[in-house]
Design a protein around this ligand. Structure first.
Ligand SMILES: [Zn+2]
Ligand SMILES: [Zn+2]
Length: 272
């Protein structure tokens, strides 16, 4: 059992009565189960959630630092053993139900910024039912299934990649020359930058979920990482390495680059 736990737990207890607290999305506070006091979450004024870390694809630290897959900690409230399974960074003690959240540590990539949960379980369920009701092709019993299912928040990690591209390109295009169509080419040089290319760092984010998040992602909503934001919710650390994230992002970036080259070259219809 790890004695020096890189875990936040005491900080998550109620300052008024010592009771267990959980993060409340609608108020953005830690709320005590026992006395219902809502505690403001104090964030580090020096922390910058939009801070960037520089990784070069060829540098070794683009690999995920090694960490133990399953880790066991001792609950500071009841001394029970709490197992953090797999990539989990947030658990509840199985004996006293207290929230335990992993702090940033050298064991894995640090979480620099996060967007805290902001809608309640009831609203999430209502939104899901509303969505099903508007799907004419949905199975007839899906509404009942959703209505009786439990909605649970899961915090998943993402990469946001920024890059500066300095490139030489050649485009090929077709033009009419008399009765014939001939292929011509045009070469150019272009500098272009990408800001906040969003890439899931979790196997739980399917392409459809990712697309939904992509449309809503607003970097202004990022807050510095605080364990309190995750108290009582499931959360996980990055699964793939930066290197893998970059390679998963490559097809999206290639498509964006192609469009920028088209615009830069002034050729709307270029050959593959
Ligand atoms: Zn309390
Ligand atoms: Zn406990």
């Amino acid at each position: 059992m790890d004695k020096v736990a890189p875990i936040a737990q005491r900080d998550l207890l109620c300052a008024s009565c010592g009771g267990q607290c959980v993060f409340t999305p609608t108020t953005g506070t830690l709320t005590c189960f026992s006395c219902t006091t809502a505690h403001e979450i104090v964030i580090d004024p020096n922390a910058d959630p939009a801070e960037e870390q520089h990784y070069h694809p060829d540098q070794p630290h683009t690999e995920q630092p090694e960490f133990k897959i399953d880790r066991q900690f001792q609950c500071e409230t009841c001394a029970g053993a709490v197992l953090f399974h797999g990539h989990s960074i947030s658990e509840n003690c199985p004996y006293c139900n207290g929230a335990l959240v992993a702090k940033n540590s050298h064991e894995s990539y640090a979480i620099l910024g996060m967007i805290p949960f902001s809608i309640s379980e009831e609203t999430s369920q209502h939104n899901a039912q509303d969505w099903v009701a508007r799907r004419w092709a949905a199975p007839s019993d899906l509404g009942d299934v959703v209505a009786t299912s439990r909605v649970a928040g899961l915090h998943v990690p993402f990469w946001t990649f920024d890059s500066l591209e300095d490139m030489d390109y050649t485009v090929w295009y077709k033009v009419k020359s008399g009765d014939r169509t001939v292929t011509r080419s045009k070469a150019g040089t272009m500098k272009t930058a990408f800001d906040d290319l969003l890439m899931p760092a979790s196997h739980h984010v399917t392409p459809l979920i990712r697309d939904g998040i992509l449309h809503k992602f607003d970097s202004d909503e990022l807050r510095p990482f605080e364990p309190a934001y995750l108290a009582g919710f499931a959360a996980e650390r990055h699964h793939p390495s930066v290197r893998e994230g970059l390679s998963h992002n490559a097809p999206d970036k290639a498509l964006l680059l192609r469009n920028r080259i088209k615009a830069h070259s002034g050729k709307k219809r270029i050959l593959t």
